[in-house]
Write a new protein. Structure first.
Length: 411
C-alpha cells in the first residue's frame, strides 16, 4: 500500500491529483420537476416543442395585412383574438383583427400595430405610424426550436433551469442518483450536539457542519456517529462506510497525535494520495481510495474542517456528479481595509467581509481572530481573503485576492 508522504503539497496540486482520478457517477433516475431542485442532469435535455409553439402577438393592438393599409383610410374591426381564444372567423379585405398579447396571429397577418399607434374613428380605426412587415410578431420557434438542446448533462437544476423545463411541457427530468456520503467523527473527547459535556469533552460540531453542507449539496448522508479512539472500532467504521457509500468523510484523526489511528488504518485499507497540504487552516487533510469508495479525512479543528470541505471536498463532489462548472467562485481583487497577520509558508484562507469603498473599489476587512477553532469567524464573513503561500503580513491599503462565498456558505 502507498504510504503517506512527508512533504506539504499546494492546494492546486491537491485539487489536480484528486480530480485526475475521479470518474463521474453514471447511475440515473427520472424524477418529477418538483422534486428535482438541486439535482444534476444525467443527460442533455432537448426541447420537445417549438417555443413559442405558434406565431403570436407581442403587443396589445391590431393584426393587419399590409395591402389593406392606406393613408387615413379607416379599417373596420373584423373580430378579436385572445391568448387561448384565437380569431377563427372570416377576415374581409380592408379590415383588421383586434389582438391581445400572446394571441395567435390570424392567417395572412403581416404585422401587429400596437394600439398606441392607432386611433378610433367611426367605422373602425386609423393607423398613425409606419408599419413594417413582421413587426410585433413573435415567430414560431423564435426562442427555442423543436429538438434544440436546452440543458447539457452535468447541470445543477435550480430556479432558472426548472421553469425552463416546465415551459417545454416536461413533467420529469433524468438526473443522477444522489451521491451517498458516509460521515463520522473520531475522538474520545467528542460528545453529540445536545448532550451535556463531561470534563474534557467538546461538542462534535464537525460532523454536524459537514452533514449540513452535504445535504445542501444534494447528497444522501449516511451518519455513522462518533467513533472512539480504538483501532478495531475504527476499522469496523471504515469497512461499513466503504460498503455503503460512494464517498467516506471522517473528521479528526489525520494529524500527528499518538491516538490518531486514522492514517494507519487508511494505509492498511486503501491507497492514500496525499495527507498534508500547504494551506492554513487545514494542513492535515487526507485523500485516497478505499476498496469501493473515495475517502476524505478532514482536520479536527472546526474552521479547518469547513475550509478543506469547501476548497477540496466540494469540487470532488461536483466532479463525481459530472458538473460542467467549478462550484468555486472566481477570485476578485480587493484593497485590505485592516492589517492582516500572516507568516510565509502556507496559502492562507482568512475569513473576511467584502464591501464597496467610497471610491467604488472593493475592500475587505478581517472578521477578527482567525484561529482554526473560532467558527464565529464564518458567521460574520462573506468571503475568504486568499493570501499567497510566501506572502507575509498585509498592511492596510495593499491589494489582496478575495473569494466570495458561494451558496454553500451564504446561508
Amino acid at each position: 500500500m502507498e504510504s503517506f508522504t512527508a512533504g506539504l503539497i499546494s492546494l492546486e496540486e491537491a485539487q489536480a491529483k484528486m480530480l485526475a482520478q475521479l470518474q463521474p457517477l453514471r447511475d440515473r433516475v427520472s424524477v418529477p420537476l418538483a422534486d428535482a431542485v438541486g439535482r444534476i442532469t444525467a443527460l442533455p435535455v432537448a426541447s420537445p416543442i417549438d417555443v413559442p409553439p405558434f406565431d403570436n402577438s407581442a403587443m396589445d393592438g391590431y393584426a393587419v395585412r399590409l395591402a389593406d393599409i392606406q393613408a387615413d383610410r379607416p379599417l373596420q374591426v373584423a373580430g378579436k383574438a385572445f391568448a387561448g381564444a384565437p380569431f377563427n372567423g372570416d377576415w374581409p379585405a380592408g379590415s383588421v383583427v383586434r389582438i391581445m398579447t400572446g394571441a395567435p396571429v390570424p392567417p395572412g397577418c403581416d404585422a401587429v400595430v400596437m394600439q398606441e399607434e392607432t386611433r378610433e374613428v367611426e367605422g373602425g380605426i386609423v393607423i398613425n405610424a409606419p408599419v413594417k412587415a413582421g413587426q410585433n410578431i413573435r415567430l414560431i420557434g423564435e426562442d427555442i426550436r423543436r429538438d434544440q438542446p436546452v440543458l447539457a448533462a452535468g447541470v445543477r437544476l435550480g430556479a432558472a433551469e426548472l421553469p425552463l423545463l416546465a415551459s417545454l411541457g416536461l413533467a420529469e427530468v433524468s438526473v443522477l442518483r444522489k451521491l451517498r456520503v458516509a460521515v463520522f467523527s473520531t475522538g474520545d473527547e467528542l460528545q453529540p450536539v445536545g448532550q451535556p459535556l463531561a470534563p474534557g469533552q467538546i461538542y462534535d460540531t464537525n460532523r454536524f457542519t459537514v452533514s449540513l453542507m452535504l445535504r445542501k449539496l444534494g447528497c444522501e448522508v449516511i451518519d455513522m456517529g462518533i467513533i472512539k479512539d480504538d483501532p478495531q472500532a475504527l476499522r469496523r467504521a471504515f469497512e461499513e462506510a466503504d460498503r455503503q457509500a460512494d464517498v467516506v468523510i471522517s473528521t479528526g484523526g489525520v494529524s500527528v497525535g499518538e491516538a490518531d489511528f486514522t492514517k494507519t488504518m487508511l494505509d492498511e485499507l486503501g491507497v492514500i494520495t496525499f495527507w498534508k497540504l500547504a494551506i492554513k487552516p487545514g494542513k492535515p487533510f487526507a485523500f485516497g481510495r478505499l476498496a469501493s469508495s473515495w475517502f476524505c479525512g478532514l482536520p479536527g479543528n472546526p474552521v479547518s474542517a469547513a475550509v478543506t470541505f469547501y476548497q477540496l471536498v466540494q469540487p470532488l463532489l461536483a466532479a463525481l456528479t459530472g458538473q460542467s462548472e467549478s462550484p468555486l467562485p472566481p477570485r476578485l481583487r480587493a484593497r485590505a481595509a485592516s492589517r492582516l497577520k500572516k507568516s510565509p509558508g502556507r496559502l492562507d484562507f482568512q475569513r473576511g467581509v467584502m464591501s464597496r469603498g467610497a471610491d467604488g473599489e472593493l475592500e475587505v476587512r478581517s472578521t477578527g481572530h482567525q484561529g482554526s477553532h473560532v467558527f464565529s469567524s464564518f458567521a460574520a464573513a462573506n468571503c475568504f481573503i486568499v493570501l499567497e503561500r510566501e506572502r507575509g503580513a498585509v498592511e492596510p491599503g495593499e491589494w489582496v485576492e478575495v473569494e466570495p462565498f458561494n451558496a454553500l456558505l451564504e446561508g
